[in-house]
Design a protein around this ligand. Structure first.
Ligand SMILES: [Mn+2]
Length: 324
């Protein structure tokens, strides 16, 4: 494992830095990428964020022209290093990373318990709430001040990965990082509104559909919702509209294990999102099924249609946590 000080030194000696994050990026992946890119640009570096897509509509207000591109449009020979943010494994990010790892140093900055240390340089801090918080730590290590446009993006990263400062990953250090971002004068109420209270109708309808599907198991200690490919098609939604769906089963009284199972368009498998209470290791559970994540929040895929995947997952849940 390396340190953020070492990364700061590498970045200081670099002139062009390529940045990416995990596929189907969430608020943290997007916010951390934009935040790092902007603070490095303010320090005089050239940066490009590649393959950060698809960006869910609720985060589009953050984007500025010329920050992001497809890997095909980027001249990798100009890059001194590739920073991969918020990604637990090489295959969780753009294939362009694996294709270049021999020739360009890959810097892996992440907070997932299941991180495989796939980079040439690896900083994995499982106590950090978010990759965004780690970018704040990196800025401090590099003695770089955070400009307001970077602060806006990093705020989004921290707010979304902590569930608006409500999950157990929210620490005093998280709050201090957030306070430093506020200090730059960013309009956090407006940002929060854009993320949480400006949902397109289809997204609320999708939540309604999921709520109708709520079911409980194991004496209501397990709650889950499902969405099929047909649900997405019928409501004109994609999985990018489903980021908050897991909060539906998670919010039910007495639930220790919350699950969201859904079928992705154009893929044969079923995606599984998992949120758990203390004493139920979500990362370990998902790792045993080829996925990964954090202790309280993790995910995996099951190579089967929804009904079959649901059976498999419920059997695993029973075996692992409720069979004695
Ligand atoms: Mn994250």
């Amino acid at each position: 494992m390396n340190t953020l000080l070492e990364v700061a030194e590498m970045l200081r000696n670099a002139s062009t830095i390529a940045i990416t994050a995990h596929v189907r990026p969430d608020g943290d992946a997007i916010g951390a990428s934009l935040g790092l890119s902007r603070l490095l640009r303010a320090a005089g570096k050239k940066t490009t964020i590649f393959d950060l897509s698809p960006i869910p509509d609720r985060y589009r207000f953050l984007l500025k022209a010329g920050e992001c591109c497809e890997a095909e449009a980027f001249e990798f020979s100009t890059a001194d290093c590739i920073v991969v943010l918020d990604s637990g494994a090489m295959d969780r990010s753009s294939p362009a990373v694996a294709q270049r790892e021999e020739t360009i140093p890959v810097i892996n900055i992440d907070h997932h318990l299941s991180n495989t240390l796939f980079g040439r340089v690896n900083v994995v801090d499982t106590t950090a709430s978010s990759a965004g918080e780690m970018v704040c730590d990196l800025a401090r290590a590099a003695e770089l001040s955070i400009p307001a446009d970077a602060a806006e993006a990093l705020w989004v990263a921290i707010v979304t990965d902590t569930g608006r400062f409500s999950y157990s990953n929210t620490t005093p250090k998280t709050m201090k990082a957030a306070a430093a971002l506020l200090q730059t004068g960013i309009q956090t109420a407006e940002i929060n509104h854009a993320i949480y209270n400006a949902m397109p109708l289809r997204q609320l309808r999708l939540q309604g559909r999921a709520l109708e599907r709520l079911e409980t198991h194991e004496n209501a200690r397990v709650a889950l919702v499902t969405l099929s490919r047909d649900d997405y098609t019928e409501l004109g939604c994609t999985s990018a509209d489903a980021e908050e769906i897991i909060n539906i089963p998670r919010s039910l009284e007495g639930v220790d294990v919350a699950l969201f199972l859904h079928e992705l368009q154009g893929a044969p498998e079923t995606k599984v999102g998992l949120r758990t209470s203390e004493g139920y290791d979500a990362a370990e559970f998902c790792r045993s099924l080829g996925g990964g994540g954090h202790a309280r929040a993790a995910g995996c895929s099951v190579d089967a249609p929804l009904d079959e995947a649901l059976k498999t997952i419920l059997e695993h849940v029973h075996q692992k946590w409720f069979s004695v």
